[in-house]
Design a protein around this ligand. Structure first.
Ligand code: ATP
Ligand code: MG
Length: 329
């Protein structure tokens, strides 16, 4: 049985007309990123279009998070160019050499593979941190409690409540982030990212470590973010069912190289992609697919291939990335 590509029932199957666009939000050309002897991105080129849900998949260590880190200014690739025009009417501008907070101001928000919340702040306060990065009042006005600062404080509280409602956490507003269930923390991180009012959101394994019903909720939330808020979504996700059901297009990385790009249907049938996940040659993968037509597809591969061990039991909350702490900044 192959994976059914069915979006969650409560959202429209297609993006509304106003979201369809050929406008490029991220234009990545020939990007190479090296760490000493390790090439984590190897001449990668891709374009992300406004309004799409674009997924980046690939086995562990393929370079997915490195790509996110390059797109958000955590790392500057040694070669290639990355241009960004996150919001409608923006003109394409390079992100290379810019700091992460500048890129955030240019309309890009992200979440991290390993959750990064302030566990000792409430859910509401965590979201306010996101909202307040967009506000104007400086530290002096804040210290003196000037009218503008007081107005912004009221606005940011109202906006943060709105976002908590949007992600389904309004009941948890005053609970400490650290006390929330794992799936709730993942949604809270998304709410905080939305607080910066992005044109593009980058989600690094938002469903890692969550259970089946939390995964369904996340899939639906991601589509609502895309369809209702009009935000372009770049998504790293190991859960093939989830990713195939919500992505408009996918890009596949393996050993730092882009090995495929296409619709969910095209990617599931691509022997090169199946081979990458199985760790076999393309020929062996093709043979397997020929022997078992309709059976061997991405969705039928052992799901454990797509899950990191540390995430399987949800124990990775707040822990450092196995590669490096730096990697997740
Ligand atoms: N800061 C760093 N220093 C050294 N090597 C790094 C660094 N960041 C990433 N790498 C290496 O780059 C390669 C790609 O790593 P990356 O984290 O991008 O993979 P990934 O596709 O996100 O994997 P996963 O699915 O496990 O999250 C790996 O070999 C990794 O060890
Ligand atoms: Mg990663």
């Amino acid at each position: 049985m192959s994976t059914a590509i069915v979006p969650p029932a409560d959202v429209p199957a297609d993006p509304p007309e106003r979201l369809r666009s050929d406008r490029v939000v991220y234009d990545v050309k020939d990007v190479t990123l090296r760490f000493g002897g390790v090439t984590s991105l190897d001449h990668v080129s891709l374009q992300m279009l406004q309004g799409e849900v674009l997924a980046v998949i690939g086995p562990n260590g393929a370079g997915k998070t490195s790509l996110f880190n390059s797109l958000t200014g955590v790392y500057t690739p040694q070669e290639g160019t990355i241009e960004l025009a996150a919001r409608e009417n923006d003109t394409a501008t390079t992100v290379l050499g810019r700091k992460t907070h500048e890129i955030n101001h240019m309309g890009v928000a992200r979440t991290f593979q390993n959750i990064r919340l302030f566990p000792a702040l409430t859910a509401l306060e965590n979201v306010k941190v996101g909202v307040e990065t967009r506000q104007k009042a400086g530290p002096i006005s804040a210290m003196l409690g000037l009218p503008r600062q007081r107005r912004e404080e009221r606005e940011s509280t109202a906006r943060a409540y709105e976002l908590l409602r949007f992600v389904g956490l309004q009941q948890r507003a005053n609970d400490l982030a650290g006390s929330l269930a794992y799936g709730e923390q993942r949604r809270l991180e998304i709410a905080r990212a939305l607080g910066t009012d992005p044109g593009v959101i980058l989600l690094d394994e938002p469903a890692a470590g969550t259970n089946a019903s939390e995964k369904r909720e996340l899939a639906s939330l991601i589509l609502h973010i895309n369809r209702e808020l009009g935000i372009s979504v770049l998504l790293i996700e190991h859960d093939m069912k989830l990713v195939m059901s919500i992505a408009d297009r996918l890009i596949v990385l393996n050993f730092g190289q882009k090995i495929a790009e296409g619709t969910p249907e095209q990617i599931q049938k691509n022997p090169l992609v199946v081979a990458a996940y199985l760790g076999t040659s393309e020929d062996d993968a093709q043979e397997e697919m020929d022997l078992n037509p309709g059976v061997t597809s991405m969705g039928d591969l052992d799901p454990s291939l797509f899950q990191e061990d540390e995430d399987a039991d949800g124990s990775a909350v707040g822990e450092a990335d196995p590669h490096t702490e730096e990697n997740q900044r």
